[in-house]
Design a protein around this ligand. Structure first.
Ligand SMILES: Nc1ncnc2c1ncn2[C@@H]1O[C@H](COP(=O)(O)OP(=O)(O)OP(=O)(O)O)[C@@H](O)[C@H]1O
Ligand SMILES: [Mg+2]
Length: 421
């Protein structure tokens, strides 16, 4: 694997050497010639002029659709959807940002999502903005269809700048080890807009193509247009998730798709390039379908384990400390893995004094852990945080703290002796 820089934007991308199997050349398919050094203004419009739904693709489609259907069902296991909406997108935000080398830890992300501090690292801020963009895009689906304007808004949120579609040349994908230019996206403003309009129409038009295949085609196209100076990868990956929701394949933005992409980043880049170089749609589409299937299964398992921990915590607290047990209290501890006293008050769960008592008891039980936060206190839910931030889905069950044994009554010598006397 080696690295490539985009001119003018200081961006790095991973590339792996060569392709193992070269499909028919572009010339053989009468596709416009591709020269990595020249802006690819001839990028063909969507849909591709040939059938891309091969047997292999359709088989992968069935698997991905089944995995997504399971995920959709699993999400219903958790009655309070905020639990999932808060957690999974944050994992997605971390990995999608890491593809761009914006590295932050999930622990820091969850914490900073809760505490806005001046010391929050730029990487964490950027990943949190990714989650914010994902939310905004999701909310926006109620009001308007996915469009180029959506992409602009998403990218503005991710980058926190008032950017627009590129109008200047100079954006290139370059191998920083050899200096070789890998890909030059279209550079003329009018061409970029024309391709984006076609992309937008393709996303919204009636089509016989499976929506998952359309997602894969559209993702390639968006990245090949590369409409922004920076943030194209992240914007495109958010659009994938929004598109699945738009198509009714998911209800919530909870597919952790970037998990697989980050782990197979060199393939992701190699296969994108292979579409441009050789019109190699099949490996690209199958890669994306596999990414959907693998991450849908992963997310389903994670949700099942969250539900398990949730039920276990309810059982544990209700039996170990029935006086403080309230369903809403436990639920709040799953809305995010960090909690504050005022959340209990704001949620109508407890008054200030009762909240103090609840939190103290939960700490004594080992469910929460108290951390000083300046003059405030932050209550961490360690088991939940561990479940969210680790790959595994198991957890150590809670153990009730040993009740102090009732002390043997001291013999009242005086009384005894008195009665004896
Ligand atoms: N050969 C290629 N053709 C088109 N797009 C590509 C190619 N190789 C990589 N890409 C896309 O370009 C993205 C990087 O572009 P850009 O830096 O604008 O986006 P980003 O969101 O800042 O970065 P990243 O995706 O690395 O997080 C990659 O994530 C990938 O989606
Ligand atoms: Mg970038």
């Amino acid at each position: 694997m080696f690295w490539a820089l985009f001119h003018g934007a200081h961006k790095a991308c991973a590339y792996s050497d060569g392709m193992t199997k070269k499909p028919r050349s572009r010339r053989a398919q009468n596709a416009p010639a591709f020269d990595p050094n020249r802006p690819y203004n001839d990028l063909p419009l969507l849909p591709p002029q040939r059938d891309v739904e091969s047997k292999t693709v359709l088989k992968a489609c069935i698997e991905a659709r089944a995995a997504l259907a399971e995920l959709k069902q699993a999400a219903e296991l958790i009655p309070n959807q905020t639990v999932l909406i808060n957690s999974i997108p944050l994992l997605e935000a971390r990995d999608s940002s890491e593809i761009e080398n914006i590295v932050t830890t999930t622990d820091e992300l969850f914490r900073e999502a809760n505490v806005s501090s001046a010391s929050t690292s730029p990487a964490t801020k950027e990943a949190l903005r990714y989650r914010q963009a994902l939310y905004q895009g999701w909310q926006g689906l109620h009001d308007h269809p996915l469009a180029a304007a959506t992409a602009v808004q998403l990218c503005q949120t991710i980058k926190a700048v008032d950017l627009d579609i590129r109008t200047t040349a100079g954006t290139k994908l370059q191998n920083d080890r050899t200096g070789e230019i890998i890909y030059t996206p279209p550079d003329r403003g009018a061409v970029i807009r024309e391709k984006l309009t076609n992309w937008e129409q393709f996303l919204n038009a009636d089509s016989d193509l499976d929506p998952l295949v359309r997602m894969a085609l559209a993702h390639y196209q968006f990245e090949a247009i590369h409409p922004f100076v920076d943030g194209n990868g992240r914007t495109g990956r958010i659009i994938n998730i929004l598109y699945l929701i738009d198509q009714g394949l998911l209800d919530l933005p909870i597919l952790y798709l970037s998990r697989h992409i980050l782990r197979s980043k060199s393939n992701y880049y190699r296969l994108l390039l292979a579409v441009t170089q050789h019109g190699a749609w099949e490996p690209w589409i199958t890669y994306m379908l596999e990414a959907v299937a693998i991450t849908a299964k992963w997310t389903t398992d994670k949700i099942a384990s969250i539900k398990e921990l949730f039920d276990h915590t309810i059982e544990f607290v209700s039996t170990s400390a029935p006086k403080i047990y309230r369903y809403e209290l436990i639920e709040l501890m799953f809305v995010q893995p960090y909690c504050r006293k005022r959340y209990l008050m704001e949620g109508g769960i407890a008054t200030r004094n009762t909240a103090t008592k609840y939190l103290k008891t939960l700490c004594e039980l080992g469910v929460l852990e108290e951390h000083k936060e300046g003059r405030d206190k932050l209550f961490l839910h360690p088991k939940y945080l561990k479940l969210l931030t680790s790959d595994g889905n198991t957890f150590e069950p809670y153990v009730a703290p040993e009740k102090p044994k009732p002390r043997a009554k001291p013999r009242n010598r005086g009384k005894t002796s008195r009665s004896k006397s």
